[in-house]
Design a protein around this ligand. Structure first.
Ligand code: ATP
Length: 374
């Protein structure tokens, strides 16, 4: 059982505020992934929970108990670092067995546990080796194994798969997820890899510059971004984000993509949500490449535009479509559209576009928060 609560946590290193007024509750048995770019404060937050750092402000609770003053050893947490720290004089077997020996399990129980974990991590054949002769990926799996043999209240995993090659990474990812469900330990996992985050998490906490931007299920984070940062961070390619403005034509309220002839009708609800404050701050329109369809000129589409570039990616093509030209900089206003590779077009062709109106987003440029709620 481990419910974790962070309340108004602040952590500074000199002038750098690594964690800013962080509030988060993690349910018992939940798998939460901290996702964000390098330097956003993911590791620091994990180290605060482990007790390896102390917050300047705020409280940390595990199962309702304030743990700010508890040592790391008293928090019953297993921590796997990005940079694995193995005991160099011990074999792989003894490294993995170490936490079990510390709690005085019988030899046969230790043996069974070590072999089980080694099998999962595909390191059964290197149990006799010393860390100095292991590859980076092997060392990382041993460090993971050492955490997995224990059954702590909480697992804290800091980019534990950073050094694994692609195939083992995907296999280990599936194993970690399966194991976490089986063991049922509350798990916090740090990564800057959005695919890893989407595939592992019950909920993802997106962090930027020490600030928790949004916490939600992978579906919510991808489909209902609450900030410009989350919208622009998730997805490959990322969401199209274009300057927009409101206008009225023939008595009808419209949203116009700046420097283009693209207009959208505003439903009464969206019109009501597009407050004058947001309009004054400036608007950013967002739509994912997969929520626009492109068809040939004889097809059923509403917005004509020229193909600027075609990027064939195998299962899909990405088209860069030119919607207009910036009136001052003369830069093209480009939109990325995902198409099926059987849709054959080349640079310079004209296509007709359809936007999925239900999948449109609007953000306030100044506050960076979502203006429309989905
Ligand atoms: P990465 O993905 O690169 O590991 P991160 O998101 O985990 O990054 P943190 O390591 O938590 O980020 O760092 C957050 C900020 O705090 C960064 O600006 C970093 O330079 C700073 N920082 C972290 N640890 C220290 C320290 N011991 N002394 C000074 N500054 C630090």
């Amino acid at each position: 059982m481990a419910h974790i609560k962070l309340e108004n946590i602040v952590k500074r290193y000199g002038d750098v505020v690594a964690v800013k007024d962080f509030n988060l509750e993690i349910e018992d048995k939940e798998f939460v992934v901290f996702l964000g770019p390098s330097g956003c404060g993911k590791t620091t937050t994990l180290r605060l929970i482990a007790g390896l750092e102390n917050p300047e402000e705020g409280d940390i609770f595990i199962d309702g108990q304030r743990v700010n003053d508890l040592s790391p050893a008293d928090r019953d947490i297993a921590f796997v670092f990005q940079f694995y720290a193995l005991y160099p004089h011990l074999s792989v077997y003894d490294n993995i067995a170490f936490p079990l020996k510390a709690v005085k399990l019988s030899k046969s129980e230790i043996d069974a546990q070590v072999k089980r974990v080694a099998g999962i991590l595909q390191i059964s054949d290197i149990l006799h080796r010393k860390p100095s002769v292991l590859s980076g990926g092997e060392m990382q799996r041993v460090a993971l194994g050492r955490a997995m043999v224990r059954q702590p209240k909480v697992y804290l995993l800091d980019e534990p798969m950073a050094n694994l090659d692609a195939k083992i990474r995907v296999d280990t990812r599936a194993e970690i997820k399966r194991l976490q469900h089986e063991i049922g330990a509350t798990t916090l996992f740090v990564t800057h890899d959005q695919v890893e985050a989407m595939s592992l998490a019950d909920r993802i906490a997106v962090i930027h510059q020490g600030v928790l931007q949004q916490i939600g299920t992978p579906h919510e984070i991808y489909n209902k971004p609450e900030s410009l940062f989350v919208a622009g961070f998730m997805g490959m390619p990322t969401m199209n984000l274009l300057d927009a403005e409101t206008t009225v034509r023939d008595g009808e309220s419209l949203l116009r993509l700046c420097h283009t002839d693209v207009y959208f009708r505003l439903s009464p609800e969206r019109q009501a949500n597009t407050t004058s404050g947001a309009v004054e701050n400036g608007l950013v329109f967002g739509i994912r490449p997969e929520h626009i369809t492109a068809v040939g000129q004889s097809g059923n589409g509403t917005i004509p535009a020229d193909v600027h570039l075609v990027e064939p990616l195998g299962p899909v093509n990405i088209l860069d479509i030119r919607l207009g030209t910036h009136s001052e900089t003369q830069e093209p206003i480009l939109l990325r559209v995902r198409t099926h590779p059987t849709f054959q077009v080349k640079t310079g062709d004209t296509v007709l576009l359809n936007f999925d109106e239900a999948e449109m987003h609007l953000f306030d440029r100044e506050t960076e928060r979502a203006v429309w709620r989905k």
